[in-house]
Design a protein around this ligand. Structure first.
Ligand code: GDP
Length: 478
């Protein structure tokens, strides 16, 4: 895809034959239609007294193409990255604190823990990284930006409370992301703790304990007393082994932003999770729509480090602007290239903000189906009562048009919330509200994320609408 000899000659205002001769003297045998390597182009420009500046097209702004492929032999086991999810008050924060307290201090005594959005512990000889923001909102908003950082989800369910609405949401979010779930049955110390009930209730969501013939791991525990934590960590490592999580530490790093902010003294500060390769101080880097050089790097103990391998969370400075959580980062071989790509991405972002990205919507559903762009239609159903949500979901699932499948990725009771919109955005889904409306945040978020929200008061109308859209017979006045 490089520039050809003829094209280069034109740009340099030289004779093609002349250029071919010069190339030959430099050891490059090329005919006039041959594409040249960057090095040869640079050499020729130098010869003729020009400075080579490569043109970058918009396609070059896609960061992921700059990540080199690994060959299998270079891949080594890497630590799992874990997110803790579950209903409010079931003990997510307590569990995160408890794991950190019992495990971090015996790794590096005297370290002052620093909140950088994630931390890493060592259990026997193996490391595990935990994302520090519990809950599925952070998890899913990252995913909606195309980032998948979680390898394993811990679903915390309080044994005295059982499965609650956010438990179900968390399950659906983890399933949509195809992340394995380990159930932590928490608060076992409490009177009225009933782990069997938790297990029973979770069977409805295809989380069946091994004792009951399923393959989901359940760990009874008390986060507050620190009981069961070792078991949980062991199970995490077991699942990690099955998942065969691998990375290559001997290459330029790439990964995802966990959080970022503007610090008065230090400028833009970003917490990054290195997902592959090793990140080093001095590395030229593009982070989302920002760029720079890694000036300083600290780990979760606030310790300055020079190098961070796969699955390690670090905090860096040295960027020209503040990136967003969920943004990808990629290290480049030289600063000039990083700056070029970074600036282009910044431009592109500004343009993108003007026009909006296209998400799936009922209006163009048929078009997309016809073009083979979508084979599944993802729907989120919110209703005023559980009965209607289930009835509507069941009927929607039965719609069969030209072999296109309807997936219900989440059903729930109550107003349409921002978390529904974020899930819809991440999963390219349409939200259907039955006798409920979006709240203000959800409305704003739907607009921003371009999520199609459909409100209905009659079940068969909702079904008809989806069916019509799938057949390309949607009433234009909708
Ligand atoms: P989160 O909302 O899921 O992060 O829940 P928290 O970690 O904030 O815990 C909610 C409440 O439950 C707090 O008062 C905790 O002290 C309490 N809690 C958490 N884990 C346990 C436990 O294992 N046993 C008991 N008895 N209480 C717990």
């Amino acid at each position: 895809d490089g520039i050809t000899v003829t094209e280069l000659a034109e740009k340099l205002k030289k004779d093609t034959t002349d250029l071919i001769k010069k190339l030959m003297f430099s050891g490059v045998m090329a005919n006039k239609n041959q594409a040249l390597e960057d090095e040869a182009v640079e050499l020729m420009c130098e010869e003729y007294g020009y400075e080579a500046e490569k043109e970058i097209e918009v396609e070059k702004t896609d960061l992921l193409q700059y990540i080199e492929d690994d060959n299998e032999a270079q891949l080594k086991e890497r630590p799992p990255v874990v997110t803790i999810m579950g209903h409010v008050d079931h003990g997510k924060t307590t569990l995160l604190d408890s794991i950190r307290k019992t495990k971090v201090t015996d790794v590096e005594a005297g370290g002052i823990t620093q909140h950088i959005g994630a931390y890493q512990i060592r259990n026997n000889d193996k490391k595990i990284s935990f994302l520090d923001t519990p809950g599925h909102a952070a998890f899913t908003s990252m995913r909606s930006r195309g980032a998948q950082v979680t390898d394993i989800a811990i679903l915390v369910v309080a044994a005295d409370d059982g499965v609650m609405p956010q438990t179900v949401e968390a399950i659906n979010h983890a399933k949509a992301a195809e992340v394995p779930i380990i159930v932590a049955v928490n608060k076992m110390d409490k009177e009225g703790a009933n782990p069997d009930r938790v297990m029973q209730e979770l069977t409805e969501y295809e989380l069946v304990a091994e004792d009951w013939g399923g393959d989901t791991i359940f760990v009874p525990m008390s986060a507050i007393k620190g009981e069961g934590i070792d078991d949980l960590l062991e199970m995490i490592l077991l699942v990690a082994e099955v998942e065969e999580l691998k990375a290559n530490a001997n290459r330029r790093a790439d990964g995802t932003v966990i959080e970022a902010e503007l610090d008065k003294g230090r400028g833009p500060v970003a917490s990054l999770l290195v997902q592959n390769g090793s990140l080093k101080v001095g590395d030229p880097i593009v982070v989302g729509h920002t760029f720079g050089r890694v000036r300083a790097m600290v780990n979760d103990l606030g310790k300055r480090i020079n190098k961070a391998g796969p699955s390690t969370p670090v905090e860096i400075t040295g960027l020209n602007d503040v990136p967003q959580a969920g943004d990808r980062f990629v290290v480049f071989e030289d600063e000039k290239k990083a700056r070029q790509i970074g600036e282009l991405r910044q431009q592109k972002q500004i343009e993108e903000r003007r026009g909006s990205q296209s998400k799936v919507s009922l209006e163009d559903l048929f078009e997309q189906i016809k073009q083979g762009d979508i084979k599944d239609i993802n729907l989120i159903v919110k209703a005023d009562v559980q009965g209607s949500a289930e009835a509507l979901a069941a009927s929607l699932k039965k719609i069969d048009v030209e072999g296109v499948k309807v997936n219900i990725i989440h059903t729930g009771v109550g107003a349409i919330k921002e978390s529904d919109i974020i899930l819809a955005s991440a999963s390219n889904a349409i939200v259907i509200g039955f006798n409920v409306r979006p709240d203000n945040n959800a409305k704003k978020s739907a607009e921003k994320e371009n999520v199609d929200v459909r409100l209905h008061r009659i079940i068969y109308k909702a079904i008809e609408e989806i069916e019509a859209a799938m057949q390309g017979m949607l009433d234009p006045e909708y």
